[in-house]
Design a protein around this ligand. Structure first.
Ligand code: UD1
Length: 345
C-alpha cells in the first residue's frame, strides 16, 4: 500500500511526524511538501527535530493570496498524485495546503483521510474555518481528535465516516519532551511565551496596535516569537514590536518552542496548536481570540479566552484547577488507530 501525506505549514509537520514513524516497515509513506512555509525555522527545522523523512517532492509554492496559494498547490498536487498513484492521501488540519490537497486527491478519485477533522470555530471569517468545512465534506475518513469534534461532524451529517482517534499532537509532543529531558533540567521561569500570527489579529492596523499596546503593559515579560506575518504587518503599519514588557525573538524550532513553553510561567497566543502544547505542558494559556476550537482546554481555567487582553495586567496564570490531558486528547495511540483504519481501505 502507498500512502501520501500532503503537508506545507508548520503545524502540519508536527502532525505528520507520528504517521511517518508508525508507517515505517508497514507500508510505503511518502510526503509531499507544498512549500507554503519555506523559512528554515518554519519548515526544515521541524523535519530535523522530529526526525521526519525528507519529502519526495517540494512544490515551492510559497506565499501569495489565498487563491494564488491554493491554486498553485492544487495544480502541483494533481500532477504529483497522478505520477505517484497512491492508495490513500492524508491531509492535515486546516491550512490552504489541506484544502488544495483534498481537492486534488478527491477529484482524481483517490481515497482521502483528514487528520484533525471536525474542528469548528463557527466563524466563517477565518480562512481556516472554510478550509475545515470543505476538507471534512470531501474526505472519505474523518479522524476526529476530540468528542467535541465528533459531535460537530455528526451535526453536519458526517458521523458515518467519522472515527474518534484522539489527538496526534500528543505523540510529537511526548517525543520532543523525551529529547529535551535527556539533556536539560527544566525549571519555570518568569516570562510569558507569546505568539500572534492569525490574519484576524495581524491584518488590521487598529487590532494589531491594540494587541501590542496591551502586551507592552503586561506585568510579566512577554517573549514574543514573531511569525513572519507579524513582522511584515507591523512594518507595514509602522508598529514597534519591541516596546514595554515585550522582547522580540525569531520564530523558534519545535524543540526550542516546547522547551520554552515547558519553562514559561504562561503562554499568550492565537495559535491552535500552542493552546494544546501549553495544556500538555501544564502551562496556563491566554488565548487572544473570541473562540477556540479546543474547548476542552478551557476546563479548569488552563486556557482562557481573552480577545481584548483585559487580563494581561493581572496574575491570570495563577487561576487554575482540574487537569486531565489524557481524558481530553486520548492516550497517545492516535497514529496507530489511523494506520489500522487506512490499512483496511
Ligand atoms: C498558515 C495557516 C494557518 C496556520 C499557520 C501556522 C492558512 C490559511 N493559514 O498561516 O492556519 O495556523 O500557517 O503558522 O493556510 N511567510 C514567510 N515565510 C514562510 C511562510 C510565510 O515569510 O515560510 C510570510 C509571508 O509573508 C506570508 C505570510 O507569512 O505572506 C503568511 O503566510 P501563510 O502561509 O499565507 O499563512 P500563515 O499566516 O503562516
Amino acid at each position: 500500500m502507498r500512502v501520501v501525506s500532503i503537508v506545507g505549514a508548520r503545524p502540519q509537520f508536527v502532525k505528520v511526524a507520528p504517521i511517518s514513524w508508525i508507517t515505517k516497515d508497514v507500508c510505503e509513506h511518502l510526503i509531499l511538501h507544498t512549500g507554503q512555509h519555506y523559512d528554515h525555522a518554519l519548515s526544515d527545522a521541524f523535519f530535523a527535530d522530529l526526525d521526519i523523512p525528507k519529502p519526495v517532492e517540494t512544490f515551492n509554492v510559497g506565499s501569495g493570496s489565498h487563491a494564488e496559494q491554493t491554486a498553485g498547490i492544487l495544480v502541483k498536487s494533481e500532477a504529483a498524485l497522478i505520477r505517484l498513484k497512491p492508495d490513500v492521501v492524508l491531509i492535515y488540519g486546516d491550512t490552504n495546503s489541506t484544502l488544495a490537497g483534498v481537492l486534488a486527491a478527491s477529484k482524481l478519485g483517490i481515497k482521502t483521510g483528514h487528520i484533525e477533522a471536525g474542528l469548528r470555530s463557527f466563524n466563517r471569517s477565518m480562512p481556516e474555518e472554510i478550509n475545515r468545512v470543505v476538507s471534512d465534506h470531501l474526505s472519505d475518513i474523518l479522524f476526529a481528535p476530540t468528542n467535541t469534534a465528533v459531535e460537530n461532524l455528526k451535526k453536519e451529517g458526517l458521523g458515518n465516516k467519522t472515527l474518534l482517534v484522539g489527538d496526534i499532537f500528543i505523540e510529537s509532543f511526548n517525543y520532543i519532551v523525551n529529547k529535551i529531558r535527556k539533556s536539560e533540567d527544566l525549571v519555570r521561569k518568569p516570562y510569558l511565551f507569546t505568539t500572534i500570527h492569525r490574519a484576524e489579529n495581524t491584518d488590521k492596523v487598529e487590532r494589531l496596535e491594540k494587541i501590542i499596546s496591551k502586551l507592552a503593559i503586561s506585568k510579566m515579560p512577554i517573549h514574543l516569537y514573531a511569525h513572519p506575518r507579524l513582522i511584515k504587518q507591523s512594518k507595514l503599519f509602522n508598529i514597534k514590536l519591541n516596546q514595554g514588557s515585550i522582547i522580540v525573538y525569531e520564530p523558534a524550532t519545535y524543540l526550542e518552542t516546547i522547551q520554552a513553553v515547558l519553562e514559561a510561567t504562561g503562554v499568550v497566543t492565537d495559535s491552535g496548536g500552542l493552546q494544546k502544547e501549553a495544556y500538555l505542558s501544564k502551562t496556563p494559556c491566554l488565548t487572544i481570540r473570541e473562540e477556540t476550537e479546543w474547548l476542552e482546554t478551557l476546563n479548569g481555567g488552563w486556557n482562557k479566552l481573552d480577545p481584548n487582553l483585559e487580563l494581561i495586567t493581572s496574575n491570570w496564570w495563577e487561576l487554575t484547577g482540574e487537569y486531565d490531558p489524557y481524558k481530553i486528547f486520548g492516550d497517545g495511540s492516535t497514529s496507530k488507530k489511523i494506520l489500522n483504519s487506512i490499512l483496511t481501505i
